[in-house]
Design a binder for this molecule. Structure first.
Ligand code: G6P
Ligand code: MG
Length: 216
């Protein structure tokens, strides 16, 4: 096929963004500062380590390297507590239908996620086998908005970046797709994701013929 799709995971395919938020909020509470959902937008799409740095910046808290490592472990333990209970009911509305559409059109799709838990999550919700390839937090050294994760995704699809369409719910992810020279589709608040080439509130809003505007 002449085009391919790269999906972000958290907040696009599955509703895990809320679990990341709860786990980070628990840490902020323990450190004694407020961490709002608006603050949380800045962490979406961002690697675990970078998220912690941003969070500590918001709280104006300075901690030792050892302390940071402990925080990363405990955040992930809390997060794992949520995701190991996940099942296919937590696939976001419209996601499976969209994958079916792509399958019918013969358009390959890969995952392009910053998460080191991506494989586990996709297996929990029984979608792992459907992806043509997986690129996740274990494959990259530079976090979104660096385009690395999506450029590796394009390689897996065997396509040049301009033939790739990226679905993203994060500011950092839309930016990464744009820097990569790909078509960016923002899923979520239009104002927050105004840098995207296309915007939809959720995957159910994607028109049946959306992919026909791209040369297939
Ligand atoms: C995704 C999420 C981020 C999360 C990152 C790392 O990009 O949007 O909120 O921090 O993955 O996830 P991990 O599961 O490795 O902690
Ligand atoms: Mg996301």
């Amino acid at each position: 096929n002449t085009i391919g799709v790269i999906f972000d995971l958290d907040g696009v395919i599955v509703d895990t963004a809320k679990y990341h938020y709860l786990a980070w909020k628990k840490l902020a509470d323990a450190l004694g500062f407020e961490f709002t959902e608006a603050n949380n937008e800045l962490l979406k799409g961002v690697s675990r380590v970078r998220s912690l740095e941003i969070l500590l910046g918001i709280g104006k808290v300075t901690v030792s390297e050892t302390e940071k490592q402990k925080m990363l472990i405990s955040k992930n333990e809390d997060y794992l507590g949520y995701i190991t209970k996940m099942n296919a009911n937590e696939i976001l509305p419209g996601a499976e239908k969209l994958l079916n559409t792509l399958d019918a059109l013969g358009i390959h799709y890969v995952l392009g996620s910053a998460s080191k838990n991506a494989e586990l999550i996709l297996k929990q919700v029984n979608l792992y086998h459907r992806f043509y390839g997986i690129v996740d937090g274990n494959d990259v050294s530079k976090a979104k908005p660096d385009p690395e994760v999506f450029l590796i995704g394009a390689k897996k699809l065997n396509l040049s970046p301009e033939k790739c369409i990226v679905f993203e719910d994060a500011i950092a992810g839309v930016e990464a797709a744009n820097i990569a020279g790909m078509t960016s589709v923002g899923i979520g608040d239009k104002e927050t994701l105004k840098a995207a080439d296309f915007n939809f509130n959720n995957l159910t809003e994607i028109p049946e013929d959306f992919f026909s505007k791209f040369s297939i």
